[in-house]
Design a protein around this ligand. Structure first.
Ligand code: SAM
Ligand code: SF4
Length: 351
């Protein structure tokens, strides 16, 4: 099969960044430009789709990457064309020193866009600084606007603080997306009330299919709220709903309701409709490189860094690993040595 190599962008100063031979392109011709970085596996909520009530066996400080190690990884990847980074977790804001780290990430040459995914419990006081750092967007997880159901789903009574964070982000004019994971028997009745956030505010509400990463039994094998059912429910409520053109590499199918200030999105994370254009890699809190959400770690970056590998050696490993990517999440799942029944929590992988 002939692989089409995407062109390397030449910035206005005429100097391509990075040199063509350094650009990360996978074995299917997909250029890797996006890193999802899980900065901690710890969290102050216990969402039922992400971890059991008692939490997961959290890693010790030694077992997770230090911020210096993450910075080095990011610097190397930025030199290979990764220009977008999403800071996630666990809950990123429970890790001490996060804001210092973000300031350093902001200064890395080649990193053009920092995005953050957060549950919003501790985030509000940092929003002004996030704005100053030019954070491109924040994804805020809210599964319901009902206090009782919020408690049932997250096992913590924090809806008020999360909504305060929602308003603080809006007040600072940072593009805001709301992530809602749909679970039958938990928050299905919130589909339409949540959509009204996009009626009243310039936000994108994204309905996410539940994926098998709950840190316990892997979750439901059969998905009730798949993307088709979600869309049907929205169409019934909003007959005028129409699809929007999605950005290249987007994981969400996007829609608009005439008269709404924001948009609606559906992320078929279980059905995996978006793998064909996947441009992302992940570094887990444990310091493992994952080239597919549904696969297993392909490189123990932490040992490599701590074993004294040179920059060039690490870059070579990035090239090797991205040169052996799976076509899609289905193929990656088939190759797993362990089934999802003993799956990790999404908090470790970062979503
Ligand atoms: N703690 C932050 C938060 O909740 O936004 C960031 C980490 S969380 C793992 C990242 C995203 O993954 C959240 O939007 C969360 O809703 C989503 N998520 C977690 N477990 C999931 C699952 N089993 N299926 C689908 N999405 C999941
Ligand atoms: Fe924590 Fe986010 Fe997982 Fe919820 S989804 S338990 S907020 S890491």
């Amino acid at each position: 099969m002939k692989i089409a190599i995407p062109p390397v962008e030449i910035p206005p100063n005429g100097r391509p960044h990075p040199p063509a031979e350094d650009v990360l392109i996978d074995n299917f011709g997909r250029r890797i430009t996006y890193l999802r970085l899980s900065v901690t596996d710890r969290c102050n909520l216990r969402c039922v789709y992400c971890m059991p009530e008692q939490g997961v066996p959290f890693l010790s400080r030694e077992q997770i990457l230090s911020f210096e190690e993450m910075e080095r990884i990011l610097r190397l990847l930025a030199g290979m064309g990764v220009n977008k980074v999403r800071i996630t977790g666990g809950e990123p804001f429970v890790r001490k020193g996060l804001m210092d780290f973000l300031r350093r990430v902001h200064a890395i040459e080649g990193v053009q866009a920092i995005h953050i995914t957060t549950n919003g419990v501790l985030t509000a006081p940092h929003v002004p600084e996030l704005k100053r750092l030019g954070v491109k967007s924040i994804n805020l997880s809210i599964d319901t606007l009902d206090r009782e159901r919020f408690f049932q789903m997250t096992r913590r009574d924090e809806l008020e603080r999360v909504l305060a964070c929602f308003h603080t982000i809006l007040a600072h004019d940072i593009p805001l997306k709301i992530n809602m994971v749909l679970m039958e028997g938990q928050n299905a009745e919130d589909i339409i009330p949540m959509s009204r956030l996009s009626r009243d505010y310039p936000v994108e509400v994204r309905y996410i299919e539940e994926m098998p990463f709950n840190g316990a039994d892997g979750g439901r094998r059969k998905l009730f709220w798949n993307h088709k059912r979600i869309l049907e429910t929205l169409r019934n409520e909003y007959p005028g709903l129409y699809p929007l053109e999605s950005e290249a590499n987007s994981t969400s199918m996007n829609f608009r309701v005439p008269g709404h200030k924001g948009d609606l999105g559906i992320i078929a994370g279980f059905s995996r409709t978006f793998c064909g254009s996947c441009n992302r890699i992940r570094v887990t809190a444990r310091g493992t490189l994952q080239t597919c959400l549904y696969g297993e770690g392909v490189l123990d970056l932490k040992s490599l860094l701590r074993g004294g590998a040179t920059d060039e050696e690490i870059k070579n490993m990035f090239r090797q690993c991205t040169g052996q990517r799976f076509k899609d999440g289905w193929e990656a799942e088939k190759q797993r040595s362990q089934p999802f029944d003993v799956s990790q929590s999404m908090a470790l992988i970062g979503g």
